[in-house]
Design a protein around this ligand. Structure first.
Ligand SMILES: N[C@@H](CCC(=O)N[C@@H](CS)C(=O)NCC(=O)O)C(=O)O
Length: 233
């Protein structure tokens, strides 16, 4: 896809959700162990959960489960009984959950101040706008593409409303590359540590411990992922 169109449709997806996942909400207790999220980028229900994670400044290990993918989908079927996404695992409470509304409510109850922001509690209206957001990029992070599997987890500094981060998450998703998602939305207390590490406040920022690469710039990151991990079908 042409780069300008790529960024424009990704930007449109964020605007359609009125920038949900741009700004941190009131925070509550912090998890000791990292959450785990099985999801795929194009799924509108998964987006609601990713917005919640950004707003609550929560990290997660993301296991991408694009359609046609075989890496992590079986684990969800085994653990929960069905291949339905999003699927959240909270090792701190041993909760394993389907259903985006239940997951969002759980996250704000446990890690926020209990109140779910309006943009995420409008039921069918929230779903409709999240579906519209996905509709801008129907092929983005929807289907599996053959890839090599890195031994160590990649790390991505991101926040849900950033159109540039979405472009990178879509690629990680299609290639079924699991990663640690560090959310650094506006107001995030994690931003100082991120700036300390990377040198400036800009996302997406990819860290690949398999190759020692650490980089900014969504187009360069996508090219790096393609070069390093994509396999011709
Ligand atoms: N009510 C559920 C709906 C979840 C749902 O329908 N997810 C779709 C993806 S958008 C799914 O998992 N489909 C099965 C598949 O992709 O194989 C929720 O809000 O979490």
């Amino acid at each position: 896809m042409n780069r300008s169109l790529d960024v424009a449709t990704s930007f449109a997806a964020s605007v359609t959700r009125l920038g949900g996942g741009m700004q941190v909400a009131p925070l509550g207790r912090r998890p000791k162990q990292r959450l785990e999220l099985y999801e795929f980028e194009a799924c509108p229900f998964c987006r609601k959960v990713r917005e919640a994670l950004s707003m609550l400044d929560l990290e997660a290990t993301v296991y991408p489960c694009p359609k046609g993918g075989s890496r992590f989908r079986p684990a969800v079927r085994e653990r929960g009984g069905k291949a339905l996404f999003p699927f959240l695992v909270d090792p701190n409470t041993k909760r394993e959950m389907y259903e985006s509304d239940d997951i969002v409510a759980y996250l704000f109850e446990r890690y926020g101040d209990g109140g779910v922001p309006l943009s995420l509690r409008l039921g069918p209206l929230t779903d409709a706008f999240s579906m519209l957001a996905s509709a801008w990029r129907p092929a983005g992070g929807a289907r599996y593409e053959p890839a090599k599997h890195p031994a160590k987890l990649l790390e991505l500094y991101s926040f849900e409303a950033s159109p540039f981060c979405r472009i990178v998450r879509e690629r990680l998703c299609a290639l079924e590359i699991p990663y640690v998602l560090h959310n650094v939305a506006k107001g995030s207390p994690s931003r100082d540590a991120f700036i300390e590490r990377s040198g400036k406040m800009m996302v997406p920022y990819l860290v690949d411990p398999n190759t020692g690469v650490e980089m900014f710039e969504s187009a360069d990151i996508v090219a790096y992922l393609n070069r390093t991990y994509a396999k011709a079908a």
